[in-house]
Write a protein that binds this ligand. Structure first.
Ligand SMILES: NC(=O)c1ccc[n+]([C@@H]2O[C@H](COP(=O)([O-])OP(=O)(O)OC[C@H]3O[C@@H](n4cnc5c(N)ncnc54)[C@H](O)[C@@H]3O)[C@@H](O)[C@H]2O)c1
Length: 242
């Protein structure tokens, strides 16, 4: 039913908290995975590089298709979080946030779509955030970047469905990964204690683990989501953005 066996996927942020779980879940479904990250990953093929480099992004889907002898799935998972009020944001903060969170997915979608179309179709899963759909306090650059990813997903979902390319996005709330843990550490808090407190704020009783998000990503990439195009799927344990 999932029909993923033998497919070829490119996953960005493959060495990160959610990325590692996506790579493992795809591999367990029989998918060959190319991982793109600053760091090495457990993917079958590694395309290490910096997503702030336009040439690297533009060439990545083609390199992945060549190395794996095809490309069916693109997962734009890499991202960074930028915290603090807009009055304290530097030009560098803005450029880095938009380059990694928005421009890289744009470049990767632009390069991947003709490859997927030539193969008869495929799936793209972007990573937005609940914070891109319902902005919360103190993260204006992050929320803006994730709202852009949501809009990109909705546009491409409509515009490339006729090529049998489904573009959807997962929108997590808080997930137990280095991204969230580093924020606590920077504020001088013990990440384990802070996450315990955060767990109490979630109606389901805990923040997400990376696998909770990876399962939804893999579903969106699979034939089980065959009629979904341009959907933004919130995965939040029942917790609104606060
Ligand atoms: N953790 C959360 O609470 C949460 C919530 C909502 C959405 N998200 C989104 O989920 C995605 C994955 O986040 P995560 O929590 O796994 O974060 P993470 O920090 O654990 O992983 C992010 C990965 O992206 C890679 N990366 C960052 N900048 C890069 C660059 N310039 N070039 C190449 N690779 C780069 C990092 O090396 C890292 O491996 C992100 O898009 C994030 O915004 C996370």
């Amino acid at each position: 039913m999932r029909n993923l066996k033998g497919k070829k996927a490119l996953v960005t942020g493959a060495a990160g908290g959610i990325g590692q779980a996506i790579v493992a879940r795809l591999q367990s479904e029989g998918v060959m995975v190319g991982g793109a990250d600053l760091e090495p990953s457990q993917a079958d093929f590694s395309f290490q590089g910096n997503l702030m480099n336009a040439e690297y992004c533009d060439g990545l889907p083609g390199r992945a298709a060549e190395a794996m002898d095809g490309l069916d799935i693109l997962i734009n998972n890499a991202g960074i979080i930028t915290r603090g009020p807009v009055t304290q944001a530097t030009d560098g903060d803005y450029q880095r946030t938009m380059a990694i969170n928005v421009e890289a997915p744009f470049r990767l979608c632009r390069a991947a779509i003709p490859i997927l179309a030539a193969a008869g179709g495929g799936a793209i899963v972007n990573t937005s955030s609940c914070w891109g759909m319902h902005p919360g306090p103190n993260h204006p650059l992050y929320a803006t970047s994730k709202a852009a990813v949501a809009a990109l997903t909705q546009c491409l979902g409509m515009e490339h469905a006729h090529q049998n390319i489904r573009v959807n996005a997962v929108c997590p709330n808080e997930v137990n990964t280095p991204m969230i843990r580093s924020g606590f550490a920077q504020r001088g808090l013990d990440p384990d204690t802070a996450i315990k407190e955060l767990n109490a704020s979630v109606p389901l009783g805990r923040i997400a683990e990376p696998e909770d998000i990876a399962d939804v990503v893999v579903f969106l990439a699979s034939d089980e989501a065959r009629y979904m195009c341009g959907s933004l799927i919130e995965v939040n344990g029942g917790k609104p953005v606060q």
